[in-house]
Design a protein. Structure first.
Length: 243
């Protein structure tokens, strides 16, 4: 059954613009409606980063889906820290409205744990420091962001990456997550083999935390694959959307 529309949810320190290269590539392959959302407090979407909750993220995404008038079976695509909000979003949408969920190198804490309890270096000490001392924290320095998110990118891609970086909340990184109500729709994982933010071994642990997936697609790419290899990612997503 083909997906009727695809919704993209960005990760931490990013906003919807990070999906632009992949959306462009997807539009060359398919006429399926596409929506890249901004989580609250970024790129004009209302929200208070200093007190943001996962529930508020879900409410915002549902509002943007309604405003876009997307109908039918939705395919949800999440990247990195979207792993804590996408299951809750799926629970609100319910199985009847879902085609599938695609996790791109997502952070999936154990049931009842938080993001800050689940990361490895180099992101773990940064996240723990920010969660302990700050309500929000600024974008990562460009050089470090290029190293941890964009290894292997061209100079132009790294410059574009820098434009998508934004201030991040610490409240949802401390929030305990639950997937008890996550519906049983098909789940797919895109495993990034050169990811420096979430290592391949940690990604496999996160797959186990999720309870398994229907398929795993290994890609020789960095954390921000949607910028580094948009055509490759678009091809993989198109294939999933048609199953």
């Amino acid at each position: 059954m083909k997906a009727d529309a695809i919704v993209f949810i960005h990760g931490g320190q990013h906003d919807a613009r990070c999906w632009d290269p992949t959306l462009l590539a997807l539009r060359e392959l398919s006429s399926t409606p596409l929506l890249a959302v901004n989580l609250p407090g970024r790129n004009g979407e209302p929200g208070n980063l200093s007190s943001l909750t996962i529930a508020e993220c879900v409410h915002s995404v549902l509002k943007q889906i309604r405003e876009a008038r997307l109908q039918g079976k939705l395919m949800l695509v999440g990247h990195s820290m979207a792993g804590i909000s996408m299951p809750a979003l799926a629970a609100e949408l319910t199985e009847a409205n879902l085609h599938s969920m695609v996790f791109i190198s997502c952070c999936i804490p154990k049931e009842g744990y938080s993001v800050v309890e689940s990361l490895d270096p180099p992101m773990a000490p940064i996240a723990k420091f920010a969660a302990k001392y700050l309500k929000t924290f600024p974008p990562l320095p460009k050089a470090f962001a290029s190293w941890v998110f964009g290894n292997g990118m061209t100079r132009q891609q790294k410059q574009f990456l820098a434009t998508t970086l934004c201030r991040e909340t610490t409240t949802i990184t401390r929030e305990k997550v639950s997937r008890i109500n996550m519906p049983q729709c098909p789940r797919h994982w895109i495993l990034l083999e050169r990811d420096r933010a979430i290592s391949p071994s940690r990604q496999r642990e996160f797959i186990n935390n999720l309870g398994g997936v229907s398929s795993i697609e290994s890609v020789d790419g960095c954390h921000d694959i949607m910028i580094a290899e948009p055509k490759l990612l678009a091809e993989r997503l198109t294939r999933i959307s048609k199953t």
